[in-house]
Structures are given as C-alpha cells and as structure tokens.
Design a protein around this ligand. Structure first.
Ligand SMILES: [Zn+2]
Length: 438
C-alpha cells in the first residue's frame, strides 16, 4: 500500500515535482495537472469501514456545534476496551489553523460524509497524477495556514514529525494554558498530557507535588540574566543562551507548544533571549519573549517571537517587535525577522511596519526614499517596499518607483492598522550590543 505520507517528495524550483513511489521516482507534471481525476467516482468509497483509516476525510462536529471537514491524522484505541470501533481520532480541520487539531470521539464524526481515497493499487502513472493532485490540495491548504514560505518537502517532514500534539495543557505561574502545537519534550515525558512549569527557571515536571517541592527551593524570582529595561511594572531581561543553557532549552520547549514552525535549537549558545515580564511583589512573570542570533549573516534581528496565550491581545507582541528594532537601532544596523513567520507573527509585523512608516510619511515634508526610511527605522528596505506595495502606496512614474502619500489615504491605512500597543520608552533601555568575550 502506497500513501502520500510515505513517498519522499522533492520540489524543484519551477513548481514541478518528482514523486517517489516504492523507491522509484516518477516525474510528475505541473501541480494543476491532476484535475481530470477530480471527478472520478471511484475515489469515493461509500461503505464506511470502522475503524476509520488515517487519511480519511470526513465531517466533524466542532466546538461551535457545526460540522466542518477534517482529515484524520492519527487514531488510537481507547484504553480498556475490546470493541473494534472504540477508537478516537486526531483530526485536522482543513478550514482552520493546525493549532485547532484535536482528538475527537467517533460520535463527533458524520460517517455519511466519509471520503476515502481510492484503493492505492492503481497503475503508476495514475498514482503519480493522484499524488500530484493530493499535493496540490496540500499546498492549497497550507496557503490558508501561512506556511507558504516552506517548500513542500520540508513542510511534509515538519507535518510528519509534529502531527500529534503530545502535551495538551501546562501550568505556568497562575495560569493553566491549553497548548497549540507539538513540542519534542524528552522521551521520559511521552506519557504525560500535562506539565507543570516553574515560572521563573522554566524547569518542568510531571506532577503538581514535584512543582510545589521545587518552588520551595527555587531561588529565582525573575529570568536569569540582565534586566535591560524597566518601565513601571514591565521589565525586559536579556538571557545569554551560552551562560544559561538549561533555561534557554526550557524556554524553547515551552515556546514550541505555541509556535508551529519554530525550529528547536538545542544549540541555544548562539542565541540571546529577550524575556518580557510583568513584575509584582511575588516576582517577575514571563508574558512573552523573542530570541535573536548573536551573529546573523542575513541581518535577522529576531528569530522567534511569542506572547503566551493568557497575555495575548494586550499589545505585548507589538511591544516585542518594537523592542527588537530599538536594539537594531542601538547596533546601528537594519534588521528583519527570520522566516517563516507564524500567522500571528506576520499580522503583528504588517501592523508594526504600517504604523511606523505611515507615521513618518504623514509628518514628512518633501521627498523621502526607501533608504532614508530604512535608516530612520532600522526596518530592512525589502520589508519597507513590500509594506508600501501592499498598501498600494508605490507608483511607477516616469521610469521610477515613487511613494505616493496622500494624507487621506495614509489616515485610512493607519486606522486599519490598529493601535500600536505598548510603547518602548527608549530612555529606559540600558543596553550595550552583544560582543563575544574572547
Ligand atoms: Zn524554578
């Protein structure tokens, strides 16, 4: 039996791909070449056999009470039961972001809507076409989800590795938080669905009692490292991954639960972590962070960014982005975030770039170039150009690109970009750029 998830796919630059079936590579046509099979009635198998196979497409009742199309990603037998049908299914809602993937019970599935791919024993040619179509659908789906910057091969590798969420909830400080994505915790945590984190050193434990014991002896009340910013109850700590290896790794495990495409760097030595905290008399409580390579060839000024769910929609994400550019200004460099950005990350960045650039254009008299904008903001020229282009503020006149800044249009875009969130008060940033100690 051949399934798309077992073939290895190499996507090439022109959008064609080669599909490997049973170790033989078959050239495949352009991605839209599979269309004729779309209406093939043999694709659907009307008799539903339980348990459902992985890969089955079916409608599933979601938390809104309505049925939505899903794909079965994984299944598992319910414990202590002999019945053949007592499985639960891990499903991906094809209309929704992968963070909503979840385990569902059979009764949530509408078995009349079951759609299984055709028997795989078809001739090679058809198989390769079918896979191409399948792949196209996959790419269509991922476009919705903001993974368009990954090529098909790495996307599949990623999905294969991360398909099922392991840890469902965590306890961190005052909060119990539902997780969004898979995170590769060490194997000894494979049997846990909930983890207990020390909110200061980020060590994690399997049981509440272990955490309580730990809290009695843990002497940290804030992230390790230097406090480089304080404004009211808000503090930012700079943590060197080389000096605080375990903290850096714990932070990565934690962050991966909420970031789909974060690459887990075990080599935290190469990174600085900027951890934002709300402080009170009990200590400094992490609300989010961003990481940054100590040396970036590609002028990245931010690798990963996360606001923890209980603190989202309060302007902290925008604060973290603004902070990363303030560091770049102090370094006298332009910066850009590492790609791919998460869906939420992209929205935040678009908003930030729009607000910063349009504020300047509104106040500025006379001509201004992209280069000048970049020098003033530390935003990379490509990001400025793409932002202004997406707002249709760039026109081609007399053989060159010019910025057209009609004040009314600027106001409209600024309004649409929303509020800027919390401001970074640069006067309160006490920081010198990182230098390697020899
Ligand atoms: Zn601790």
């Amino acid at each position: 039996m051949v399934s798309i998830d077992n073939g290895s796919t190499a996507a090439t630059a022109n959008g064609h791909s080669a599909v490997s079936v049973d170790g033989v590579t078959h050239p495949a046509g352009p991605l839209n070449n599979g269309a004729p099979l779309e209406n093939d009635p043999s694709r659907k198998r009307k008799m539903t056999v339980l348990p459902l196979e992985v890969g089955t497409r079916v409608n599933c009742r979601w938390r809104d009470g309505k049925y939505h199309p899903v794909k079965v990603i994984e299944r598992r037998k319910l414990p202590d039961d002999e019945g053949l049908n007592d499985y639960e299914y891990y499903v991906h809602y094809t209309e929704f972001n992968r963070r909503l993937d979840e385990w569902t019970k059979l009764e949530q599935l509408d078995l009349n809507s079951v759609e299984t791919d055709v028997d795989e024993k078809v001739e090679d040619k058809v198989t390769s076409l079918k896979m191409t179509r399948h792949q196209k659908r996959k790419i269509d789906e991922t476009h919705v989800e903001g993974h368009e910057e990954l090529d098909a091969a790495s996307l599949r590798e990623h999905e294969e590795f991360t398909k099922v969420k392991n840890i469902a909830t965590i306890e961190l400080g005052r909060y119990e938080i539902e997780t969004w994505y898979f995170s590769p915790f060490p194997p000894e945590y494979n049997d846990c669905t909930k983890l207990f984190f020390c909110e200061f050193c980020l060590n994690f434990m399997k049981r509440k009692e272990q955490l309580q014991r730990h809290m009695r002896k843990c002497d940290l009340k804030h992230p390790p490292g230097d406090e480089i910013y304080r404004n009211g109850t808000l503090s930012m700590f700079e943590v060197d991954g080389k000096k605080n290896k375990v903290y850096g790794q714990n932070l990565c495990y934690l962050a991966k639960l909420f970031l789909d495409h974060k690459t887990l760097y075990y080599d935290v030595d190469l990174f600085l972590f900027y951890v934002l905290c709300e402080c009170d008399d009990r200590g400094c409580h992490m609300v989010g962070y961003f990481s940054k390579e100590k040396h970036s060839e590609e002028s990245y000024n931010l690798a990963c960014i996360l606001t923890l769910p209980p603190y989202q929609r309060k302007g902290y994400g925008k604060f973290l982005i603004a902070f990363s550019y303030e560091l770049s200004k102090k370094e006298g460099k332009v910066g850009t975030p590492e790609r791919p950005l998460s869906d939420l990350g992209l929205v935040s960045y678009r908003g930030y770039w729009t607000r910063i650039l349009l504020d300047i254009l509104k106040k500025h008299k006379g001509n201004i170039s992209i280069k000048e904008l970049s020098d003033m903001t530390a935003i990379k020229a490509e990001d400025i150009l793409s932002t202004l282009q997406s707002l249709e503020l760039i026109q081609y006149r007399k053989g060159q690109h010019v910025i057209c800044a009609d004040p009314k249009v600027l106001d409209r875009h600024l309004k649409a970009a929303g509020r800027g969130g919390l401001d970074v008060d640069v006067a309160k940033l006490i920081w010198t750029p990182y230098k390697e100690q020899s």
